[in-house]
Design a protein around this ligand. Structure first.
Ligand SMILES: Nc1ncnc2c1ncn2[C@@H]1O[C@H](COP(=O)(O)OP(=O)(O)O)[C@@H](O)[C@H]1O
Ligand SMILES: [Mg+2]
Length: 264
C-alpha cells in the first residue's frame, strides 16, 4: 500500500492555490540558495515575500516563472507540476504570467508604447488595431499616456517602474510577479507604486507575488506575508500574524535591529 501511495506522488494542490513551491532545493554551484523551501500563494491574493538581501527572493520568482529549474522539489502552477516541462510548455505558461523585473528591463531604443506592445506582438495573434487599443488602455490605467512616445531614458525611475508594470500586465496575466517594485524610489513614488499595484490587483483579480525588503510596502500590499531566511520560509501568515510572530529572527528583521540571532 505504501508503495502505491509513493507512486501516486503528492496530491495536487487545492483549487485555490495558484502557486505552490513544495520543498524546493536550489544551488548555484557550491552555494545553497534554497533548501526545503515551501510556500503557497492563494489565487486572487497578494503574497509578499520578505527577506534579507541575497536571501533568494529573486530566485524564487525565477523558479515560479520557470526561468530556473530547481534541483529538488516541485513547483505547481494552477495545480500542474511544471518541473518536468520543456521550454515550449514553459513559454505557453509564461503567457499567463507577468514579470515586473527589479530594473524594469525596458528596451532603451524603443518608445514606452513600443515596449508595452512588445509582449502582444510576441505572444498573441492580435491585430495592430487591437494592440494599439490595448496598449493605450494599459498606459492610461497606469498614468503613462503622456509619455507613450518617450524613450525609457527620458523618464524618472518611478515612471520606468510603471512602464515595466504596464509591459508585465498588458497581456492580462493570471499571475503577476513583482521583484522589488519600490526599491530605489522616494517615499512619494513608493506610495504611487503601491497604489498602482493595488489598482492592478483589483482590476485584474490576479494572483500576485511581491518580493521586497521594503516592509511598509509589503504591509500595505500583502494578504499573506512569508519570510525567507537561509533558503527556507521560516514564517508565514497575515500581516498582523507576521508582525506578532514569536520567532526572534522574524522580529529582528521587522525591527531592523543589529541585535539578535541573524548573523551579520
Ligand atoms: N546567476 C547566479 N549565479 C551564482 N549565484 C547567484 C546567481 N544569482 C543569484 N545568485 C546568488 O544566490 C543568492 C540569492 O540571490 P537572489 O535570489 O538574487 O537574492 P535576493 O533577491 O533575495 O537578494 C545570492 O547569494 C546570490 O549571490
Ligand atoms: Mg533580488
Amino acid at each position: 500500500m505504501i508503495l502505491q501511495e509513493e507512486r501516486a506522488g503528492p496530491p495536487r494542490p487545492e483549487e485555490d492555490v495558484a502557486i505552490r513551491l513544495d520543498r524546493i532545493g536550489l544551488r548555484y554551484e557550491e552555494k545553497i540558495v534554497l533548501s526545503d523551501c515551501s510556500v503557497d500563494c492563494k489565487r486572487g491574493h497578494v503574497t509578499g515575500i520578505i527577506g534579507l538581501s541575497g536571501a533568494g527572493k529573486s530566485t524564487i520568482l525565477r523558479v515560479i516563472n520557470g526561468l530556473r529549474h530547481p534541483d529538488a522539489g516541485a513547483v505547481y502552477i494552477n495545480g500542474d507540476d511544471i518541473t518536468g516541462w520543456d521550454e515550449h510548455e514553459l513559454i505557453e505558461m509564461r503567457k499567463k504570467m507577468g514579470f515586473a523585473f527589479q530594473y524594469s528591463a525596458l528596451f532603451d531604443s524603443m518608445t514606452i508604447a513600443e515596449n508595452v506592445a512588445y509582449p502582444l506582438w510576441e505572444h498573441t495573434t492580435m491585430t495592430r488595431a487591437q494592440i494599439d487599443k490595448r496598449v493605450s488602455d494599459t498606459l492610461e490605467a497606469l498614468g503613462l499616456s503622456e509619455v507613450e512616445g518617450s524613450l525609457p531614458g527620458e523618464l524618472s525611475g518611478g515612471m520606468q517602474k510603471r512602464a515595466g508594470f504596464a509591459r508585465a500586465i498588458v497581456n492580462d496575466p493570471e499571475i503577476i510577479l513583482f521583484d522589488e517594485p519600490t526599491s530605489g524610489l522616494d517615499p512619494i513614488m513608493t506610495h504611487i507604486i503601491v497604489t498602482t499595484i493595488k489598482d492592478i490587483q483589483s482590476r485584474l483579480k490576479a494572483t500576485s507575488v511581491v518580493v521586497s525588503h521594503d516592509l511598509r510596502s509589503i504591509y500595505a500590499l500583502s494578504d499573506t506575508v512569508a519570510m525567507l531566511f537561509e533558503g527556507t520560509i521560516i514564517e508565514s501568515g497575515t500581516v498582523a500574524e507576521i508582525r506578532r510572530s514569536p520567532n526572534p529572527i522574524v522580529q529582528q528583521f521587522l525591527q531592523g535591529s543589529e541585535l539578535g540571532p541573524i548573523p551579520l
